[in-house]
Design a protein. Structure first.
Length: 37
């Protein structure tokens, strides 16, 4: 249950989404969002 809430209330998820968008915009700017993790 905590994991579910973490996904919604975790700032890390926000970073993950931003990195994903950057990857789509630049194509291969960010190899993997795991780098931020």
């Amino acid at each position: 249950e905590y994991e579910k809430n973490d996904n919604h209330n975790n700032p890390k998820t926000y970073i993950y989404v931003i990195i994903m968008t950057n990857e789509d915009e630049y194509g291969e700017k960010w190899p993997t969002p795991q780098k931020i993790r």
